[in-house]
Design a protein around this ligand. Structure first.
Ligand SMILES: [Zn+2]
Length: 328
């Protein structure tokens, strides 16, 4: 679906409150849309408590444990060697999407376990470990729509809805905002559910890291990351890979005196030793400890040999190059 001409560019992320709405989730697209309760949305935990099935209650409670409040249920689906696919469900309408389906089998298994339908694929960028399941999921789920970056539409298999910077789209009753975040790829987008404080940055921002610059230069990627750093600190960052332990080794090498980072690395190492996931993280802890978001830090500047007075994008580029060559 081609959309009408884009709205005028808006300045910072918080000024996008007036962003126009595009696409959306029509009731015709969801034949089995459940009746909506009147009044306030039912918290996921309350839904679990009212269930007559203890198995369903346990599943709902598990979902609630990963949910940013009652606005959006988020389920982590490990895939391939280190990818995370995210299932997201807006509980009032039951609208359900999968973010960056690297492959089909683990997604189908999780949907079956929870008894969820699937209405949308949301893609952040064109890489195979993010769009690999698109066409097969379209075949398996009648009416499923693929939503992805307008700037990279030609490389998104099966794309139906094209989104770009400043666009707003709805998953059921919940608004999703879009940032163009080129750098890792030319057409990469980042998805943000402001009311749920949930961010899906794909391969743009990682826990303690950022994506490699395959199709962009440091100023481009720094501009993309800078769109995200102004979001609320309590935003959960659902990135697409479990790279955190390796990223932490690099981070402490360039920023050894950062106490918050040292403490975070210990937590990450402990979690990984137990086989636990380290994603999502909070944007606030990324701002405090992720060296790719801290080019103003004097110790990081010194570690990468930045020239005095170098602009932040230049220091960011030096940090990225140092990570590319890091063996730690
Ligand atoms: Zn990628």
């Amino acid at each position: 679906m081609l959309l009408s001409p884009r709205a005028a560019a808006l300045a910072g992320p918080l000024s996008r409150l007036a962003a126009r709405r595009v696409g959306g989730f029509g009731s015709a697209a969801l034949a089995s849309r459940p009746p909506r309760s009147a009044g306030a949305p039912l918290p996921a935990s309350a839904a679990a408590a009212s269930s007559s099935s203890s198995a369903a209650a346990a599943a709902a409670a598990a979902a609630a444990a990963e949910a940013p409040g009652a606005m959006l249920e988020v389920v982590r689906v490990p895939a391939l060697s280190d990818n995370y696919i995210w299932l997201v469900r807006e509980p009032r309408s039951g609208a359900t999407a999968v973010v960056d389906p690297a492959e089909v089998a683990p997604v189908e298994a999780e949907l079956k376990k929870r008894g969820w339908p699937l209405h949308f694929v949301l893609n952040t960028h064109h890489h195979g470990d993010h769009v690999g399941g698109n066409l097969e999921l379209k075949k398996r789920h009648a009416g499923l729509q693929v939503v992805g970056p307008r700037a990279d539409a030609a490389r998104i298999p099966g794309i139906d809805v094209q989104l770009g910077d400043g666009d707003a789209w709805k998953l059921g009753d919940l608004e999703m905002r879009v940032f163009d975040t080129p750098g890792h790829t030319r057409g990469h987008i980042t998805l943000w559910f402001p009311e749920a404080a949930a961010l899906f940055p794909g391969d743009t921002l990682f826990a303690l890291g950022c994506g490699r610059l395959f199709e962009g230069d440091p100023p481009t990627m720094w501009a993309s990351l800078s769109k995200l750093t102004g979001l609320p600190r309590d935003t959960r960052v659902y990135c697409a890979h479990e790279y955190t332990a390796s990223n932490a080794r690099f981070a402490v090498a360039v920023n050894p005196s950062n106490a918050a980072l040292t403490e975070r690395k210990a937590r990450v190492d402990e979690a990984r030793a137990k086989g636990e996931a380290t994603v999502p993280s909070l944007l606030g802890e990324e701002l405090d400890t992720n060296p790719f978001l801290r080019p103003q830090d004097p110790e990081i500047r010194a570690s990468v040999g930045a020239a005095p007075g170098a602009p932040d994008w230049d220091v960011f580029g030096a940090v990225r190059r140092a990570k590319d060559g890091f063996r730690g």
